[in-house]
Each structure stands twice: as C-alpha cells, then as structure tokens.
Design a protein around this ligand. Sequence first.
Ligand SMILES: [Zn+2]
Length: 299
Amino acid sequence: MSDAANSAPPAPNVDPTALQEIAPGVHVITDHRVPLVPNIGIILGTDAALVVDTGMGPANGQKVLDCAKRLAGDRPLILTLTHFHPEHGFGAQVFKGAARIHYNRTQRDELAAKGEGYLGMFKTFGPGVAAALEGTKLVEPDDVYEGASATIDLGGRTVELRTWGLAHTAGDQVVWLPQERILFTGDLAEERIFPIFPWFPPNDADIDGARWAQVLGELIAWNPAIVVPGHGDLGGAEILKAVRDYMVDLGRRVAAERKSGKDADTVVASLGPKIRAEHPDWAAPEWIDFAIRYYSTLS
Ligand SMILES: [Zn+2]
C-alpha cells in the first residue's frame, strides 16, 4: 500500500461496482479501503430489504439507494445506521420517502444534538470531503426503538439491531443476522485501521473505551462467521479481537505512563511512535494520538 501521507486522499466516493454477495441475499458495497467510505450492507428478505449505512452526502446516498432498489425490486426498503457519523449516515436524506428510516433513540438524539456540528467539522477535511457533503441535509428517522434491541423480520430472514450505550459513540448499533451469523459492526471495529477515537473536546468527548472493549468481548462471544467492519476488509472474529486487544493494551500503557508523572503531550510523543511501529500494516495512524489523549483523561 502506498504511503497515504505522500498523496492527496481519494475522494470519499461509494463505488457500487464494489458489490459483493457474502451470503445468499446479503450484499455489501465494500469500501475498497477508501478513507471515509464505509462498508454498506443491503440485506434482502422475501418481504423487505434493509440497508445498513448510506455513505457520506446525498450523491453517495443516491448511489446506495439506486443499488438497493435494483437488488430489492418491488420490496419496500428500510434504512438503519450503525451510528450517526457523517460517512455512515449523512446520505440518509435521499432515503426519506423511499425507505422507512429506523434508528435507536440514542442515535437519533445524538444526531439531533451533534449532526450540524459534525457537518461543519467534516467540511474542513479538504475539498473531496466538502464536495461529498455538498447539499447535505439532516433528516429525522421515521421509526425509533427504545432500549437495547429491536428485531426486524424481512420475510424469511430475521435481523437484530443491538445497542449498548456509550462506546465509539453514544448510539452505536450493530446489525446481526443470527441465522447466517453475520455481524455488521460500524466503527466499533475496523480492520487493519487504527480505531477511530472521536475525541474532540469540548465539542464531542462522548467515548467510553471500557464499554467499547466490553462490547467487543460480547460480540466475540457471539462467534460471528462473517464480520463486516465499519471500514476495511471483511473477515471473522479476529477483527474484533484485534481491536479489543489494541484498546485494552493502549489503555494500560497510557495509564502506566501517566502514573510515572507524564502529561498527555509527553505520552503522545513517547508512546505514539511505538504504537505506530507495532502495527506497520494498519492505516489511519492519526487516530493513535486521539486515543492516547482520551485514555490520558482516565488516569
Ligand atoms: Zn464512526
């Protein structure tokens, strides 16, 4: 892989030709490892189809909607999100009226509270991101579920939505196909990409690393056959273990350094390069420092 630091980032465009059928009727538009493109699910039942995440901005959302309509034919569409972050959910507007939009309560509230702020922040991430977000409007869901879980019957296929409270975001949600043992994780797990710690105080400091690691432990215990991470290549439970182990190890090492009297800046300077060197094949090393700064607040 080329050194991303030496070239402009590719535009965050969903590529519908990257469609894979990972099990009969379970499709993923894979991210091609393009930054700020998520893995997107299109899950078919006999009576309805469920779309998981939209890509960033209305043009990407439209590509996903067109792809879903092509696969689903006459079946009604449902849209759900793994979490509110822009590259996962800020294409939802084109689904309004074309699909039932279905979120958990916390995710809906978090989008309402932080969505406009994230839109402004992401527009500063360079011309490619700003162009993708052009014309983005945040929309309300049609249906909201309370509590930790909801079940959707697509006809011959059951899909479970599960949420745990604050982890990567306040309203993270996984999508689980219990019959096929397929798990869509959103950014609770990425594959060979440093975990995104959205630690942007004072605007957003809503992360719980301990619960995040605990949730990953629970997901490992589900023994998924296929894990579709928020970003990166598809695989199995080893994806979840790698993220969980990274987080637990980093949390411990930051705590140890802090105990020896170092401030957060010093820990970033001393530990950051080591962490980078230990994962030479992981992308997005910029997230290491965010993680260290988050863990530094705990000790
Ligand atoms: Zn995210």
